[in-house]
Each structure stands twice: as C-alpha cells, then as structure tokens.
Design a protein around this ligand. Sequence first.
Ligand code: RIB
Length: 307
Amino acid sequence: MKDIRIVVVGSTNMDMVVHAHRLPLPGETVLGGDLIMAAGGKGANQAVAAARLGARVTFIARIGRDMFGKQALENFRREGLDPRYIIEDPDAPSGVALITVGPAGQNIITVAPGANNRLLPEDITRAAEVFAPARVVILQLETPIETVLQAARQAKATGAFVILNPAPAPTIPLPAELYQLIDLITPNETEAHILTGESSPESAARVLLDRKVASVIITLGKDGALLANGSQPLERIPGFSVKAVDTVAAGDCFNGALACALAEGQSLPQAIRFSHAAAAVSVTKPGAQPSLPTRNEVEAFLAEQNR
Ligand code: RIB
C-alpha cells in the first residue's frame, strides 16, 4: 500500500434499511422487504471508501459501548482503518440510521446520532499526532460543529488539504471561520441551495467562493458535478450512467474517493472523474459500506468506459 495518509473525522452508524416499492408519504405506512442491517454513517462510509481505494486512513469517531459499537470497531479493523482514535463512549448508544430505499434507488434517512453527538473538540486535540502526516483531512456535519471546526483548524495548521462535505445540510449558518479554513467544499445540489439560498448550482458555487473557500464541487447526481476552482471558469464534469439499485452512501463514496485521489496528487478534474466512477459502481449494489468499491473495481469500470 502506498503511503497516502488521510484523516476522516465523523460519524459512524448502524443502518437499518428497508427497500419498498415506493417511499411513504407523511402519515402513510408502506410495506417493504426484509430488514437489512449494514455499516453506515457518513464519516465511516467516507473512511472505508478511501481505504478500499488504497489510502491509509485514520478515522476519528465515537461509538457506544454496545453491540453496534463492537461490530463497528471489528468492521473498521477488518477494513484496515487506524482505530486508535475511535472512542468507546460508556454513556451514549451507537448511532443508528433508519433508511427506506425506493424503487429507483432513491432514499429517505433519519439518523439517531447517539455517541456521534458526543465527539468533542478535545477528542480532536488528543489525536493531534495523526494530523501532521495527513495529506488530506475530510469532514462532514454529522458530528458537533465545534468538533468540525477544531478538526479544520488542526488540519490547516499542519498543512493538510481540508475537504468539508456539508452533509447533512446544516440547520444554522456555518461559522465564517470554517469556510476560510477549508480548501474544498462538496455539497450536493440541495445542500448548496440550503447553504447559499441560491437555486442554480452556478450561483451557489460563486457564493461559496465569495465566502473564501478555495474550491467548490457541487455534485449533481446523474448530471455529474460542477467544479468552481478559484478564478478559473466554472466546469461541468459529467458522471457515468448506470442502473442504480441503491444510492445510499453514493455521496460518501464520491467524497472518500475524492480524498484518496487528491491525496495521490490527481488534479481536481481527474479526481472528480475517478470519484464519479467509484460512486457509479457503488449505486449498482445495495447498502452503504457493502456497496463501496475496491480500487480494482473502479479501475475496471473506468477501463470499460474508455473502450
Ligand atoms: O450518507 C449515507 C449515510 O447517511 C448512511 O450510511 C446513514 O448512516 C447516514 O449517516
């Protein structure tokens, strides 16, 4: 394995997934298939995605001292993540996500954060040693914002490239300091709209650049992604068309792949194409972490597209 080091700070959940013939409306019950339990959580998904693609990943997170926490830790060890800063919290349950998947692979998700909400800035300070050798640090918003901010400060101080995937979309404005600390922000279209109030991805990207983020990637589902990189012209980078069975963690797969590719030194457009390929493979399989592809799978997919 090449020495491409990444730090992921974020959430880990047990996903409880039911596939249904359609998503329920408010107040409605629909009957679905059998319950599937699979490892999830935006932080953990991104960490596992980057590790399967070849990065050396330290994951900083909190789990409960319960069955799900134990399973998560075993899973992280199996995936080869550095588990030294996964903290077992005796006073909170592990995070759980309730997920319904519809017929076109679309989903609705409600998260019970549990121990994820107790990942503190001190937990990040204690893990200072892993920030120094990291080329990329990636953050999301399923843990407290003070913790995200502390991680961004620490990452910036050691010269790492800092990615913020602002998911789930915040309910209050993000601190101005956070925008200034991050090198790249990667909202999807809905998150970009919530962050900026703008309806078009192009206008949202410009607002985010004005907030002093160096680069912006707005993911657009089947329409690919919009890249706004400093003063360069905005660029649309198309994705790949595949038959989706389950889009849970497609965004996490994209972000984990992006962290890996950028840490390897790929340019932003190259890294986006690589991440589109990883996400395309992931949506053809069910589950969050079970769907995340290996390096060989992504390279085979790209080779197939180039034929
Ligand atoms: O992004 C998908 C993830 O969101 C799921 O794995 C679920 O746990 C929630 O965090």
